[in-house]
Write a protein that binds this ligand. Structure first.
Ligand code: OFO
Length: 177
């Protein structure tokens, strides 16, 4: 059982995670239009990661005997200035999500909700990684500048990233198939 305020905040967070998925899907479409297939693939992997974040929370709410309440997902931006802009906006968005996770953690601490606190620790670590990755991409793209050859090399590297988490949630977030 969760306190009402915590259930509501977790449901809000599901919305933010699905918005993140939607945003990265939009960045995938944009970079695909630029024929940067590696970037497009990388962002689609990120889309799956975000859906996983949302579903992990969805299951946690249910495991605590509470109800998931889904809300409308805001439309993401559909156009960006450049590949660099996509990662700058990614970092900006991840900083917003980090703050939201920290606020949730503060709420769990305030309510002495130890189970939710332990559950959220995974997200706190995940956000450190998310911001770090976006920061690295920005640094690399700034180094690349207008060098098309270097950009294509980076595109090839990004294409290698594979989905490392389950994407079929029909049997739960921790099981595939
Ligand atoms: Fe869910 O980590 Fe990004 O938003």
């Amino acid at each position: 059982m969760l306190k009402k305020e915590i259930t509501e905040a977790l449901n809000e967070q599901i919305n933010k995670e699905i918005f993140s998925a939607y945003l990265y899907m939009s960045m995938s479409a944009y970079t695909s239009d630029l024929v940067l297939k590696g970037f497009a693939s990388w962002f689609m992997v990120q889309y799956h990661e975000e859906m996983y974040h949302a579903m992990k929370m969805y299951e946690y709410i249910q495991s605590q005997g509470e109800s998931v309440v889904l809300k409308a997902i805001e439309a993401p931006a559909t156009t960006f200035d450049s590949p660099l802009d996509t990662f700058e906006k990614t970092l900006e968005h991840e900083q917003f999500v980090t703050q939201s996770i920290h606020d949730l953690m503060d709420l769990a601490i305030e309510h002495k909700d130890h189970a939710t606190k332990i559950f959220l620790e995974w997200y706190v670590s995940e956000q450190v990684e998310e911001e770090d990755t976006a920061g690295d991409m920005i640094a690399q793209l700034k180094m690349i500048g207008q060098d098309a050859h270097a950009l294509l090399m980076m595109d090839r590297e990004l294409a290698v990233r594979a989905v490392g988490i389950p994407v079929d949630f029909s049997k739960g977030v921790e099981q595939e198939g």
